[in-house]
Design a binder for this molecule. Structure first.
Ligand SMILES: [Fe+2]
Length: 217
């Protein structure tokens, strides 16, 4: 049993340097404008709320880390197989910020952006309730209307701050259209011991850890 409530996310602004993150806004925005069209389309994965919603909704991805193995979504927290991509050098100040996040080791690192700020349809990232991905989703500005959605009620909870960890399995998440360049960054890995010590990991449905934590606060 878990005490997790939905929809929910754990605000982790208190665990990161928000001032430093906000200061990256101009730099990242300019780099993204310079890169338009060169980047790979973002894929929601197959677990869409609405079956006929677009799974490549128009946003793009920049991979700051690359895997040494063939692509497999379930590898995103196998930190030993990931190494910085060529793009990482282009985003060196962002990489320096990522190094300050509460991880013992990092795996996949992605910038997700959309020059036109289109909606990202509600989806789950995977369907294994025993698998809890440890990641921080963060942003330098609050422009992307990003929400959690409870499949049972359709209720939404919009992320208010700069950084969050959330349950990607027992609820949906997505973004509304903003109509202008919007972006967010997700870093997966293994949280460090000090951070992990604060998390009430459920004994079953481990994927619910972030929502269980959010429900404690
Ligand atoms: Fe997702």
């Amino acid at each position: 049993m878990t005490s997790a409530q939905y929809p929910s996310y754990k605000d982790v602004d208190a665990f990161i340097d928000v001032t430093r993150l906000r200061a990256l806004d101009g730099f990242i925005t300019q780099r993204l404008r310079d890169r338009l069209a060169a980047d790979r389309p973002f894929y929601t994965g197959p677990f869409l709320l609405e079956e006929d919603a677009p799974d490549r909704p128009g946003s793009r991805m920049i991979e700051l880390a690359q895997s040494r193995e063939p692509e497999n979504y379930y590898d995103l927290d196998r930190t030993e197989i990931w190494e910085p991509s060529p793009e990482a050098a282009e985003f060196a100040p962002l990489m320096a910020f990522i190094a300050t996040l509460p991880f013992a080791a990092t795996g996949r690192m992605l910038i997700m952006y959309d020059p036109d700020g289109r909606a990202v349809p509600a989806h789950k990232d995977h369907d294994s309730i025993d698998l809890c991905h440890e990641f921080i989703w963060f942003r330098t500005n609050l422009g992307k209307p990003f929400y959690m959605l409870d499949p049972a009620t359709g209720a939404r909870d919009y992320v208010a701050g700069h950084a969050a960890w959330f349950d990607t399995v027992n609820q949906f998440h997505g973004a509304d259209a903003s109509g202008e360049l919007s972006f967010s960054i997700r870093v997966d890995g293994i949280f460090n011991d000090a951070f992990r010590a604060q998390i009430p990991y459920p004994s079953d449905n481990r994927a619910a850890a972030a929502s269980a934590w959010a429900s404690v606060a």
